[in-house]
Design a protein around this ligand. Structure first.
Ligand SMILES: [Fe+2]
Length: 295
C-alpha cells in the first residue's frame, strides 16, 4: 500500500502519507475518495505539487469545474487554477478574498451542482494568520439532539453573496450589488441536506441569510446558533500551512474559513472538483422578500 491515512482529530481531518510519484495511482484516488466522506478534510504535508500535477489529481477525482470564471479575480491565463491572494497583481479584486475570513461552503450561491471537493496548495505563506479551519457539517448534524433534528429537518435557507460579504463590506453599494447579481444567484438550499448516499449534513455558512417562511431575525438567530454549534472545537480541524502542503476537503460536508491575514504575499492555488448533486434552487422573489421583514 503506497498510501496511509492517520486521523488528525476523532471527528474530522486526516493526514495522508503518500509519495508524490504515487499521487495519481488508482489506489491513492480510491482511498482519498473514501476518506473524504468520513474525515472531511485530508492533508498531504509538504507534497509540493506543480499546477500540472494538481490539475491531474483534480481530474482523476472527477470533472474539473471552474466557477471562478464567474467571480472577480480569476486569472485568464490559467483558467482552472484560481489564485487566492490579496496581491492585486494576481487578483483583480482581492476584497472578494476577504470573504474567505468567514465560514462558508464554496459555490453555494451558484445555480449548478454543488462542487464536490476543493483542492488547495500553499505556494507562498503569510508571516502571520492564514491558517485554514474546517468544520464537519455531517458531525454537526449527527450530534444534534433528536428533538432539535425534528424541528429543523425540513427547513429551507436563503443563501446570497451579499450575506457572504456583509461582514467585509457592511451595506454594499448599488454598483457592487449589481456585480454580485451578475456572477451569482440567490439560492434556496435545504438546511439539512440528505445526500444521494442517504447521509445527512447541515448546509451552513455566512452566506446563509434567512430561513424560508420566517421573519428575518428569527431565521438569522437560528442560523447563527447552528453555525456556532457546527464550529465547536470537536468538529473543527485547523490547518497551519507549511510551504508545499496540499489540502483537499469534501466541500459538500465541510464549511471552512481562513484565519485573517493582511500579508499580500500569501498565495494559494485552488482547483475544484464538480459535484453531481444539486440540493438547491434559485430562491423566489417572495421568499427573498420575507427574510428582510422583521416580524
Ligand atoms: Fe473557500
Amino acid at each position: 500500500m503506497a498510501i496511509t491515512v492517520e486521523a488528525a482529530k476523532p471527528q474530522i481531518g486526516g493526514i495522508v502519507h503518500v509519495d508524490k510519484a504515487h499521487l495519481l495511482d488508482d489506489d491513492t484516488i480510491e482511498t482519498v475518495r473514501r476518506e473524504l466522506e468520513t474525515r472531511g478534510v485530508l492533508v498531504f504535508p509538504g507534497i509540493d505539487v506543480s499546477d500540472e500535477l494538481q490539475l491531474a489529481f483534480t481530474d482523476k477525482l472527477g470533472d474539473r469545474v471552474n466557477f471562478t470564471r464567474q467571480v472577480p479575480g480569476s486569472d485568464a491565463t490559467s483558467p482552472d487554477v484560481y489564485k487566492i491572494t490579496l496581491d492585486s497583481k494576481f487578483n483583480s479584486e482581492p476584497d472578494y478574498v476577504l470573504g474567505t475570513f468567514f465560514w462558508h461552503v464554496d459555490g453555494v450561491t451558484i445555480d449548478q451542482p454543488l462542487p464536490k471537493a476543493t483542492v488547495l496548495s500553499a505556494r507562498k505563506l503569510s508571516a502571520s494568520g492564514g491558517a485554514t479551519e474546517f468544520a464537519n457539517l455531517y458531525a454537526a448534524w449527527e450530534k444534534l439532539p433528536e428533538e432539535e433534528k425534528r424541528e429543523i429537518e425540513n427547513l429551507r435557507v436563503i443563501h446570497s453573496v451579499e450575506a457572504a460579504v456583509r461582514p467585509v463590506h457592511g451595506h454594499p453599494s448599488e454598483e457592487r450589488r449589481a456585480r454580485y447579481k451578475a456572477m451569482a444567484a440567490v439560492m434556496e438550499q435545504p438546511l439539512v441536506w440528505t445526500h444521494a448516499d442517504g447521509r445527512k449534513s447541515l448546509l451552513l455558512g455566512t452566506h446563509a441569510d434567512g430561513v424560508v417562511g420566517m421573519p428575518g431575525p428569527h431565521g438569522r438567530a437560528l442560523l447563527t446558533r447552528l453555525q456556532q454549534w457546527a464550529a465547536q472545537p470537536d468538529f473543527v480541524y485547523t490547518h497551519k500551512w507549511k510551504l508545499g502542503d496540499l489540502v483537499i476537503w469534501n466541500n459538500q460536508g465541510v464549511m471552512h474559513r481562513v484565519v485573517p491575514y493582511t500579508d499580500e504575499g500569501r498565495v494559494m492555488h485552488r482547483t475544484t472538483i464538480a459535484g453531481t448533486e444539486r440540493p438547491g434552487v434559485p430562491a423566489s422573489e417572495e421568499n427573498i422578500a420575507r427574510i428582510f421583514q422583521i416580524a
